[in-house]
Design a protein around this ligand. Sequence first.
Ligand code: ZN
Length: 235
Amino acid sequence: MYIQLFIFIATFLVGIILYFTCSFSVSINSFNSNKQGLKVLLVGGTHGNEPSGSHSLLVLQNLLKKGKLKLKSGKVTIIHNVNPCGYYFDNRHYSVIGKKMDLNRMYNQNFPINKKIEKLVNKHDLILDFHEGWGYIGQQKGSIGSSITTLNIPFKQQKEILDLLNKDITEIDKKWLINDMRFEVDDSLREYAMIRKKKYMLIETTGQKNVQPLHLRIKQNNIITTYLLKKYGVL
Ligand SMILES: [Zn+2]
């Protein structure tokens, strides 16, 4: 009896501690060229079970920190771990204690992590939002894996990105596609960016449950980030 009560209280306390500490460990790093140019915000790890964006951004962050890559113009801000506890538990949600909390449904809701990101979105021109889908958009109905969804990014650039990504993919139904979904997901980062008329790209590798190896998904993310940063003269 006492043991059960102890376990209950201990779990509850750990939950409470995690709930508050998770939001403090989100890392935000800005790199400024001190020259006029595009301000780019890179956001990864919103869903903890979609890790490739986090890995890809962490590598870029380290290269910039060590000076191995230098910005030519504008500014880059990197948040590689929006949902550190979700990453640790390999879980989509920020919290599963009580109501499941999806951070990509928490914009404009006064939630601390999202509020930080909202302020950054307001100060940047282009937002890249890294996620991972459960399948292939060209293969399974309802899947958006291997797709990009954009706002205010020229079609030609989208097409060039797809060509780069698809160069080495031989199976037609596994090729990347443009997702032209018209419906909005309420209180998502995409909706927030749309209302503020930002350039925005939702990147969905095929990644959940390691459908494709992690190194391949990281490479796909890198191709997209590098293309856009170079296109806009930031790198
Ligand atoms: Zn996601």
